[in-house]
Design a protein around this ligand. Sequence first.
Ligand code: DAK
Length: 256
Amino acid sequence: MNNNILTKIEDHIGVATLNRPKVLNALSSELMDELIEALESFDRDREVRVIVITGSEKAFAAGADIGDMAEASFLDMYEKNNLARWLKIKNVRKPIIAAVSGFCLGGGCELAMICDMIVASESAKFGQPEINLGIIPGAGGTQRLTRAIGKYRAMEVILAGKFLSAHEAFEAGLVTRVVSKERFYAEAMILAREIAKRPPIAVQIGKDAVSKALELSLNDGLEYERRVFYSLFATQDQKEGMKAFAEKRPAKFEGR
Ligand code: DAK
């Protein structure tokens, strides 16, 4: 471990902080491995209900580490199979909030987009500038950005290298909340605490069902939702939530 990722657990929230400030948190292979290890450990830990990924005020992440890729051949990239790493992040079951300030570019923007919510500081800049390097996004940027903001705006970001300000990203539907640069981390934690109070299994199944909306047809998605909805009646949290409502008291959810 090289401290490329700093971790802590606070109020049922697992926080992973990207920590390569000298290179604006460029996503080296080592950093990605450490990040995945941290996320998978939070996902296994019953104490953790929500995950926050953040960077510094200056940069969430300025992309994959260009130095790692500059001399790579097709075979190097193919054999590294970096996409497998990203699938591990996609498979995390607990909700992940990206707390973003400053540069959020290339693989950094793809990392924010693989999260479930994005809280952005007013200074955040979102972009997929890979085109300037002779490549295109390779970790979901062409797909997730297009689904989030639509084809016509995504084309400008991906083909012309346009950066979106936090407010533009919010207006376009990429960002959950925009706050001042002093507050972006605190706001992300407030949102995380709101979710951490809710029944953990229903929260995870809700994440899964919303994510399916981007992958399935409407009919298949409705069918999927119906099945997982029924499954929640097997949880103690459903009994507790409805009993607490009837008894006019706050529910105590245990994640069982
Ligand atoms: N990689 C490595 N180093 C980086 C970096 C990056 N992406 N971004 C910044 N740095 C380093 C700079 O080289 C500089 O280092 P020193 O020169 O001080 O040693 C330091 O961070 C500070 O950067 P600047 O001096 O450039 O700072 P400025 O404020 O002037 O400019 C900037 C900030 C963010 C506009 C600029 O640094 C910049 O344009 N950075 C590159 C942004 C970029 O092109 N990002 C996309 C990278 S490509 C894949 C999945 C994903 C990907 C690939 C494959 N697979 C699944 C296969 C992703 C690809 C990418 O993200």
